[in-house]
Design a protein around this ligand. Structure first.
Ligand code: PXP
Length: 259
């Protein structure tokens, strides 16, 4: 497929941190479902929410309300536990992204070891897939993990962009570029294995372009930065600007390839 035939990557907005702010006071405000509605009205293609074991942000009721009131596809991020599997099978969201989860981490640190964890993960991928849910595995851009994801029969891999974003934020341009190359190589390899390629974690207005320009990337999942930015200019405007940057980067990359 030529670059220009590829669609602009979809944007999934992760609304977890609206719930983080709400939970700081224990009341209903701000409501993550309202944020999801605003994001979708601004042009987001989907909504992402991570139901953590400790329910530190999104809660069970949020998932129920997101499915009831938001028509855009829901990507439920979850750890590979029996509790989460039962919840996912009960609700059957559009997609489930399986992520590693540690109780004490501030955010998802590193990708899932799908190669080493094959036997544990296989029943999760199998049961979610059989329920018609698109299964995504959140992995580092690593050949062994991509081969492991393909072996598990997942439909999608989401490549962890956290290392790239940390390097870019730290001002180490060379190291950041090297990580973009690693992500681009991994995306091409994943596509050769027949996997759909998503990417996310830590992305901002400054870092989204390099990832949106990777031709195989079909979806970007972005949360913390957009919710933070919404404090200053509103969620509607933050989502619209992110969408414009994604389109701009993809169109520029396609144009460069054709020139
Ligand atoms: N993708 C996955 C799999 C994640 O776990 C997260 C964080 O919940 C994100 C994307 C979004 O990351 P961020 O909030 O840093 O944009």
């Amino acid at each position: 497929m030529s670059f220009s035939e590829r669609a602009i990557p979809r944007l999934g907005v992760n609304i977890d941190h609206v719930a983080t702010i709400r939970n700081a006071r224990g009341g209903p405000h701000p409501d993550p479902v309202r944020a999801a509605r605003v994001a979708v009205q601004a042009g987001a293609d989907g909504v992402t929410a991570h139901l953590r074991e400790d329910r530190r942000h999104i809660g069970d009721e949020d998932i129920e309300r997101l499915l009831k009131y938001i028509e855009a596809p829901l990507n439920l991020e979850m750890a590979a536990t029996e509790e989460m599997l039962a919840i996912a099978l009960r609700h059957a969201p559009h997609a489930c992204c399986i992520v590693p989860e540690k109780r004490k981490e501030l955010t998802t640190e590193g990708g899932l070891d799908v190669a080493g964890g094959h036997n544990h993960l296989a029943p999760f991928v199998g049961q979610l897939g059989a329920r018609g849910i698109r299964v995504s595995l959140f992995i580092d851009p690593d050949e062994v993990q991509i081969a492991g994801a393909a072996k598990l029969g997942a439909a999608v891999v989401e490549l962890h962009t956290g290392t790239y974003c940390d390097r870019a934020l730290g001002g180490d341009e060379k190291a950041a570029e090297a990580e973009v190359e690693r992500l681009a190589y991994a995306a091409a390899l994943a596509e050769r294995y027949g996997l759909e390629v998503h990417a996310g974690h830590g992305l901002s207005f400054d870092t989204v372009g390099a990832i949106a320009a990777i031709p195989q990337v079909t979806e970007l999942n972005i949360g913390h930065f957009l919710i933070g930015e919404a404090i200053f200019g509103g969620l509607d405007s933050a989502v619209k600007r992110m969408l414009a940057l994604i389109t701009q980067a993809r169109s520029a990359a396609a144009g460069q390839q054709m020139a």
